[in-house]
Design a binder for this molecule. Structure first.
Ligand code: GSH
Length: 211
């Protein structure tokens, strides 16, 4: 498989961790978001939404949207499971994951921030205020949705919610968001970072690949 990815992309991080946890091998195809490669004609034919990740399967079929890709991986490669078998429990995990993917990441994505600055002429200070506002609101909800105790968000093994959380905290720290109200989430993230599948997908590890 090939993963179209950018080293700082937290959506790509999610899929990379899922691939690593499943023990799958894949090649990385770098897409440089800083030079807007995601908007090039050739990449648009691969992913019309103009974002990373995209997963190209061995038969050439393409999958987009990190949560859809992870769900597909979890269906086809069942072990270790990233979502509970029980439909109700699975819906709870997905709800938490979607708070991060759709209610924090979507409004803090590069294209949104670029629009704020270039089209709406907002300053860097306004941009940061915007980002921190949505991060804090989303993380507050996320912290209430996950189990109050235990090693990971829902139980003793990492799953979809943990993957989304670890990606989001990379981004929160990158921009300097105050995480002092999110002790439970910081603890879960630390547990994730003890796992090689997560560590190998961190930006610092991916940056070493020199792309
Ligand atoms: N909802 C999508 C988001 C994909 C996405 O937009 N990824 C970011 C990087 S984390 C991106 O490529 N941004 C480029 C842009 O906004 O122009 C997913 O979960 O895969």
């Amino acid at each position: 498989m090939k993963l179209f990815s950018y080293w700082r992309s937290t959506s790509s991080f999610r899929v990379q961790v899922a691939l690593n946890l499943k023990g799958l091998t894949y090649d990385i195809v770098p897409v440089n978001l800083l030079t807007m490669e995601q908007r090039s004609q050739s990449y648009k034919t691969i992913n019309p939404a103009m974002g990373v990740p995209t997963l190209e399967l061995d038969n050439g079929q393409l999958l987009t949207q990190s949560l859809a890709i992870i769900r597909w991986l979890d269906t086809v490669y069942a072990h270790p499971p990233l979502l509970p078998k029980d439909p109700f429990e699975a819906a709870r995990v997905e709800a938490a994951a979607q708070v991060i993917a759709m209610e924090i990441h979507a409004v803090n994505n590069l294209r949104v921030l670029t629009y704020l600055k270039t089209q709406l002429k907002q300053t860097d200070a306004v941009k940061l205020d915007w980002m921190f506002h949505w991060m804090k609101e989303g993380l507050t909800a996320f912290q209430q949705l996950v189990s109050p105790s235990g090693k990971f968000c829902f139980g003793d093994a990492p799953g979809l919610a943990d993957i989304c959380l670890a990606g989001q905290l990379i981004n929160a720290r990158r921009w300097g968001c105050d995480l002092s109200s999110f002790g439970r989430l910081v603890d879960i993230d630390a547990a994730c970072r003890n796992i090689e599948a997560f560590r190998a997908a961190l930006p610092i590890s991916r940056q070493k690949q020199n792309w």
